[in-house]
Design a protein around this ligand. Structure first.
Ligand SMILES: Cc1ncc(C[n+]2csc(CCOP(=O)(O)OP(=O)(O)O)c2C)c(N)n1
Ligand SMILES: CC(=O)[C@@H](O)[C@H](O)COP(=O)(O)O
Ligand SMILES: [Mg+2]
Length: 628
């Protein structure tokens, strides 16, 4: 086993080239074995095994800096940097992250998780190096999917001016999570299929590889480029921007990769190396279905079937069915995704209504303004997006949608704790950032039925910007008996008693129901309200319960700062009411990876902690009252 020789960073440099292919095979087997147990991002990692090995051989880490875009493909990098033994704890609470983390290793030059940041970050590091007259290489690895994100172009525009070495590796596997789409994807496939271009570049690569660092390399590239222009009809966009373009190169051929990266390292200025890889490489089920194996739970290696996968409907599926039903009746309803048709539940819509479906690439900011345009043009757009990725589009929501009060529906999936993706992906800020925007309405349904009725309300009865947030995973299916029709800004009173009133939001209604049962067993009188709307807050309901309850408890899966609880506190305070408000929400912090159950316990929004906190506060109020 050659992998046994890989224990410390840079051990790979001690191997002989004839060992490289076997090491790649062993790394692939290792990844398949480990991820089949823990779950994780398999297909992207299988695709970059040779590329990662070649980067570690050619560059001098950690002096040279390597930045992984999104970072979901950094597992081989983790293996090669002394973290092989941490894979059993991959993405578990307290275990190794699925993304690069500066606090996990000196070899992780920059934290990532969200897409299209690597060129900006790498350029910043390279500029800092030049300003401080230091000497090292900076390499940003970006996928063809991530290259659909706007930030990548802002960074390329900026990068054309850099004087020192800055290497951008474009890992082109023709896939985002789903098939990559759009003009950039078309441009890349045109370059890939240009055979004469490929052959010439390859020969030139062999010549360049033998030259020392410096001007000669650059001059030869320039001469080459003008020769090439006679062979092909167009220049690549990168060359036109002043970024040296090398490739395309076969990303599974170690010899070619090492040569081309060695050339890239010698160039002063920005250079883009176009590497063609196969997503899922080396594991047939993942090669056949890279989307399924992009991010996967535990699976059976022999069949590729997921293990213990529940067949109960998720909120994404409930959304999927609901929007299709509504769109059947209303031809003005259209749907947008930023490169996640499967994740957000729009795959069915895309097949049923291809003319009204838009995959805009990984471009959340654009998606929002595009939705505003669709609305201004007379359609009813629904932008289905993960909560954490919507963070990208704050100004577009405010400036392009809300000021004009355009009818845009935000279907916010993965709202709340998402689990194993960790800090970058927890959907725990959307209430805070959306609440601060005038004209925005925010809803959070308690179960599958209410998600459907909220979407119907948003599309059929409402007119203006409106967000509906719901969590990752299985939909709550109980509480069907509580089905008060959706009315703008109105909460739903589920149980009316006195003393303690729990106002629960969305995913927390389920928890609140159980908490109430336990409090009742202990003899407390507890009202339960499904808040349903975060904004506007149901002031009439608050006025009513404030007269009959000493303690008002708010429950939400969002950070406290700017959250629903704070809005209730503010209301009670502003009206000079005299109730105690206990705001149970997430701390003002980033929450690491781990199962949602563990994270709920760690952050104090699990049933046990909530019951304890409510009884402690309520009993304390009683004491105070007795003393008065
Ligand atoms: C801002 C943002 N939007 C969406 C995602 C979800 N996402 C993660 S990886 C990915 C596809 C990336 O494709 P590519 O860069 O080509 O990498 P590959 O998986 O093909 O290796 C998407 C859409 C994200 N991480 N960040
Ligand atoms: C890396 C990334 O951003 C996505 O692949 C994300 O991990 C998907 O999350 P879900 O598993 O919730 O769809
Ligand atoms: Mg890709």
């Amino acid at each position: 086993m050659i992998l046994e020789k890989i224990n410390k960073p840079n051990d790979i440099k001690k191997l002989s080239p004839i060992e490289y292919n076997q090491l790649a095979d062993e790394i692939r087997q290792f990844l398949i074995d480990k991820i089949s147990v823990t779950g994780g991002h398999l297909a992207s990692n299988l695709g970059v095994v040779e590329l990662t090995m070649a980067l570690h051989i050619v560059f001098n880490l950690p002096k040279d800096k390597l930045i992984w875009d999104v970072g979901h493909q950094s597992y081989t990098h983790k293996i090669l940097t002394g973290r092989k033994n941490q894979f059993d704890e991959l993405r578990k609470f307290g275990g190794m992250s699925g993304f690069p983390k500066r606090n996990e290793s000196d070899y992780d030059a920059f934290d990532t998780g969200h897409s299209s940041t690597s060129i900006s970050a790498g350029l910043g590091i390279a500029m800092a190096r030049d300003v401080q007259h230091e000497d090292y290489s900076v390499v940003s690895v970006i996928g063809d999917g991530a290259l659909t994100g706007g930030m990548a172009y802002e960074a390329l525009n900026n990068a054309s001016g850099i004087k020192g070495n800055f290497v951008i590796i474009l890992n082109d596997n023709t896939m985002s999570i789903s098939k990559n789409v759009g003009g950039v994807s078309n441009m890349l496939s045109e370059i890939r299929s240009s055979d004469s271009y490929y052959d010439l570049k390859e020969n030139i690569g062999n010549v360049l590889y033998k030259l020392p660092k410096g001007d000669k390399v650059v001059k030869l590239i320039q001469k080459t480029k003008s020769n090439l222009k006679q062979v092909i009809l167009h220049d690549s966009m990168f060359e036109s921007m002043g970024i040296y373009y090398l490739g395309p190169v076969d990303g599974h051929d170690m010899d070619k990769l090492i040569k081309i990266l060695t050339v890239a390292k010698r160039i002063n200025g920005p250079v883009l190396v176009h590497v063609v890889t196969q997503k899922g490489r080396g594991y047939k089920p993942a090669e056949r279905n890279p989307s399924k194996f992009h991010g996967i739970g535990p699976f059976d290696v022999a069949t590729g079937m997921e293990i213990n996968k529940s067949d109960r409907p998720t909120y994404s599926q409930v959304f999927s069915n609901s929007i299709c039903e509504i769109a059947k009746k209303d031809r003005s309803v259209c749907a947008i995704t930023a490169a996640m048709p499967d994740g957000v539940g729009l795959a069915k819509f895309s097949k049923w209504f291809p003319d009204r479906f838009f995959d805009v690439g990984i471009a959340e900011a654009h998606a929002v303004t595009f939705a505003a345009g669709l609305s201004a043009g007379g359609l009813k757009p629904v932008f289905a997006v993960y909560s954490s990725f919507l963070q990208r589009a704050y100004d577009q929501i405010l400036h392009d949608v809300c000021i004009q009060q355009l009818h845009v529906v935000f279907a916010i999936d993965r709202a709340g704790l998402v689990g194993s993706d960790g800090e970058t992906h927890q959907g725990i800020f959307d209430i805070s950032f959306l609440s601060s925007i005038p004209n925005m309405t925010i809803m959070a349904p308690k179960n599958d039925y209410e998600l459907k009725s909220s979407l119907e309300f948003a599309l059929e009865e409402f007119n203006g910007p409106i967000a509906i947030r719901y969590p990752r995973g299985e939909a709550v299916v109980r509480f069907r008996e509580f089905n008060a029709p959706v009315e703008y800004g109105k909460a739903e009173l589920m149980y009316e008693e006195s003393d303690i009133a729990i106002l629960a939001l969305g995913s927390m209604v389920d928890t609140a129901f159980n908490v109430r049962e336990r409090l009742k067993e202990q003899g407390y009188n507890v009202t339960l309200v499904n808040a349903r709307f975060v904004k506007p807050i149901d002031s009439a309901m608050l006025d009513k319960i404030s007269t009959t309850h000493k303690l008002i408890v708010t429950l939400e899966e969002n950070v406290s700062s700017g959250g629903f609880g704070r809005a209730v506190c503010q209301y009670i305070n502003d009206k000079e009411l005299h109730n105690y408000v206990l705001d149970i929400s997430l701390p003002d912090d980033y929450i690491e990876h781990g199962s949602v159950d563990i994270l709920r316990r760690e952050t104090g929004i699990d049933e046990d902690t909530i019951v304890k906190r409510i009884t402690a506060v309520y009993n304390n109020i009683g004491d105070n009252n007795n003393e008065q």
